[in-house]
Design a protein around this ligand. Structure first.
Ligand code: SF4
Length: 397
């Protein structure tokens, strides 16, 4: 199978264990999972239930919430109950922002996964006279870390729930910053330290993230972590994201570069595109990245030429019309090409083609075979007719 994948260009994903988060699995043979996060204050139970539901209906498979206080942790219990009663048991993950073990333990009762930031544990005050952190200092710190994390790890382990070790470039611990600087190496050491603590406690439901707002830093950190884990025989899945990517076109480009580059290397089992916009807008970007790389198929694959002096019709308008007529049939691939000079050859392996033939006339293709020539005015209608004749048409919902 691997040889065939190489030949077809399909991405070979790094082998990871499957980590269960409610009814979703991250890693293993599962498709790459899409995540996002609500903006609501978790104390706003109505608003949170509404947003979680809207995100889930839009295709977000795991929804993240924040839990800055004990009251927020209790609120999560109500949110979960409401979701189960009014909608479904959406898998939730909560950020526990600081070393609030009581909060984390309360959260762990209600939801499927807890995210911790290793940089916020084992607080060390910067000391201007310090020359180095010795190996002994690291050993002592690791023991402290284990003592701090143990109750949460044991709780999650015993309930078969999951933990994300969410390393953030911007919030490494003093010890890591002092020793490794503000580097991908420091991020990797932070993650490995927590992984080792969890392993010592026989807890393996781990997902690791190495987020940074600079794409090259994030790429280096994830690659270095994957290499390090492979060398150690650790098969924990990766959660990919570019943090604080911003908004609009550039936010999407940055996220796609960071997430897509790693996915293309076979790294990554769950993704979040972080935009400074309504989180619901992150979901199509996630699915677009996954479809573009052939990792998930959730929408029609349209192949369209950019148009040029040979184009025989308004490509932008026709592509829009074809999309409106066929977008509900995700298993199809449809090409819209401006001319027959290059169109048929370049429409790749599309199932159907709509190709400009002569002024006012277009040709419809089934695979690489021309089926018929029709008047451009009825082009989209005729395409739909062809799909119906072939028995592939599905009525829109
Ligand atoms: Fe131009 Fe034809 Fe190529 Fe489209 S397919 S870009 S119309 S040459």
């Amino acid at each position: 199978v691997r040889e065939m994948m190489k030949m077809t260009g399909a991405i070979q994903r790094r082998a990871t264990r499957a980590v269960q988060v409610g009814d979703v699995f991250i890693g293993g043979t599962s498709p790459v999972v899409v995540q996002s996060m609500i903006n609501e204050d978790t104390l706003d139970i109505d608003g949170s239930v509404r947003s979680i539901r809207a995100l889930h209906e839009a295709g977000c498979e795991i929804v993240r919430v924040t839990v800055p206080s004990m009251a927020h942790a209790f609120a999560l219990g109500y949110i979960k109950d409401r979701l189960r009663e009014e909608y479904k048991d959406v898998p939730l993950v909560a950020d526990v922002h600081h070393n609030g073990m009581k909060i984390a333990l309360e959260v762990a009762k209600h939801i499927e996964k807890v995210r911790i930031n290793p940089g916020l544990y084992v607080f060390e005050k910067p000391d201007p006279n310090r020359v180095e952190y010795t190996k002994e200092d690291f050993d002592v710190a690791k023991q402290k870390l284990k003592t701090q994390l143990e109750p949460l790890v044991v709780s999650l382990r015993d309930q078969n729930k999951a933990m994300r070790i969410g390393v953030n470039h911007g919030s490494l611990s003093e010890r890591m910053l002092f020793t490794y600087g503000d580097t991908p190496e420091g991020m990797v050491e932070s993650a490995i330290e927590v992984i080792d603590v969890c392993r010592e406690l026989n807890f393996h439901n781990l997902v690791i993230s190495m987020k940074a707002s600079k794409v090259p830093v994030m790429l280096a950190a994830y690659r270095m972590l994957a290499a390090r884990m492979d060398a150690l025989g650790y098969d924990y899945p990766l959660h990919l994201g570019v943090t604080e990517a911003g908004d609009g076109e550039y936010g999407r480009i940055k996220s796609t570069l960071g997430i897509g580059t790693l996915l293309a290397d076979g790294l990554g089992d769950t993704i979040r595109v972080s935009l400074t916009e309504d989180p619901i807008k992150e979901i199509p970007v996630c699915y677009g990245i996954l479809q573009g790389l052939g990792l998930r198929r959730t929408m029609v694959e349209y192949v369209a030429c950019p148009s040029c002096g040979r184009t025989l019709f308004n490509l932008e308008t026709v592509l829009h019309e074809v999309r409106e007529a066929t977008k509900h049939m995700p298993s199809l691939s449809i090409a819209v090409m401006g001319c027959i000079v290059n169109g048929p050859g370049e429409m790749a392996d599309a199932d159907y083609g709509y190709v400009g033939k002569t002024p006012g006339k277009i040709s419809l293709y089934r695979g690489r075979s021309e089926v018929r020539t029709v008047n451009e005015l009825n082009g989209v209608e005729e395409l739909v007719k062809l799909l119906k004749e072939d028995g592939v048409w599905v009525d829109p919902p």
